[in-house]
Design a protein around this ligand. Structure first.
Ligand code: BV8
Ligand code: ZN
Length: 247
């Protein structure tokens, strides 16, 4: 890919980098994205499986969808795009800088690749939360004996520890995202269609604060015309090339 020299120069000297990732960064790990022709979402899916009302109406059906996605994510591994962010983070840490990740993904692949400081804006598919006593637990079962899973404490139905449409993002995640957007010199979006809010708003907070912005995405998005640089290609190829050329 033809990567602009001024971008490489800027990456080389930026000391504070915030990255917002979406489903596209996990596409080359074999995980499906949400939108587009073979995407996971259609309006019906969103309403049935990714809203509190849909879950309450049929927890078993919603869980069959999440259990299937957990199975895929559990069998997937980080790809070169995830690993390039680990290298970039290590480069910055070695010179008193920082790179932090805000992810919309619930697959845990950034952490599995070795990224530190990952904020999961939309929660985690590996957390179960009891709908009765609110107890949370980490769980990596890939094949549930029975759905929906039940709380070991009170027997209540457990839900995925994710943020559904119409639910607020965790306060600490929102606060971290705003802090990163305000403090970074470079805000990078990777593999996101930029249509879900408030996640898609942070890049504009960064730009308003004087940061330069980079989009790495397979296709153009509503953000493409607003960023400083837009690189359209697979993140598993583009990110390693940017990091390789800069450091
Ligand atoms: C909230 C659950 C408020 C976990 C998800 C303005 C402000 C606030 C809210 C709203 C607002 N406008 C509208 C809203 C409501 C809503 C919203 O944004 N709706 C949209 C659809 C218009 N937002 C909310 O409801 C949020 N809640 O703000 O609450 C509130 C306040 C007070 C009180 C009550 C409520 C909650 C949003 C979170 C919803 N949960 N997921 C799960 O099941 O996974 S969102 C879902 O979309 C996923 O988390 C996903 O990550 C996210 C975003 O999708 P992307 O990651 O971008 O994936 P997508 O497929 O779209 O794009 C992938 C891209 O990758 C593509 O562009 C493709 O080209 C590219 N790609 C493909 N292959 C590659 C690649 N790129 C690089 N390399 C490749 N190889
Ligand atoms: Zn319980």
């Amino acid at each position: 890919m033809d990567i602009p020299c001024d971008l490489i120069e800027y990456v080389r000297q930026a000391r504070h980098v915030a990255v917002l990732s979406g489903a596209g960064i996990s596409a080359e790990s074999g995980l499906p994205i949400f939108r587009g022709e073979d995407g996971l979402w259609d309006n019906d899916t969103i309403m049935r499986f990714a809203t509190p009302e849909g879950f309450a109406a049929n927890p078993k059906a919603a869980w069959e969808w999440y259990a299937h996605r957990r199975g895929e994510a559990g069998r997937a591994g980080p790809n070169p795009g995830h690993k390039a962010l680990v290298k970039w983070q290590e480069e910055l840490a070695s010179c008193d800088g920082w790179l932090e990740i805000l992810t919309q993904n619930i697959d845990g692949l950034h952490q599995q690749a070795g990224s530190k400081k990952v904020t999961e804006l939309h929660g985690s598919g590996w957390i179960l939360r009891c709908t009765e006593c609110m107890r949370e637990r980490k769980d990596r079962t890939l094949k549930f004996p029975d759905l929906p899973p039940k709380c070991p404490e009170c027997g209540g139905i457990e839900r995925p520890g994710v943020v559904w449409f119409g639910e607020s993002l965790p306060v600490e995640a929102l606060e971290r995202a705003v802090w990163l957007a305000r403090e970074c010199d470079l805000f990078v979006t990777v593999g996101t269609s930029g249509v879900v809010y408030p996640a898609a708003s942070f890049i504009m907070v960064a730009a308003d604060g004087g940061a330069k912005t980079l989009e790495v995405n397979l296709d153009p998005t509503p953000l493409s015309s607003q960023v400083t640089w837009a690189l359209h290609g697979p993140s598993g190829e583009v990110l390693p090339e940017v990091v390789e050329k800069a450091f």
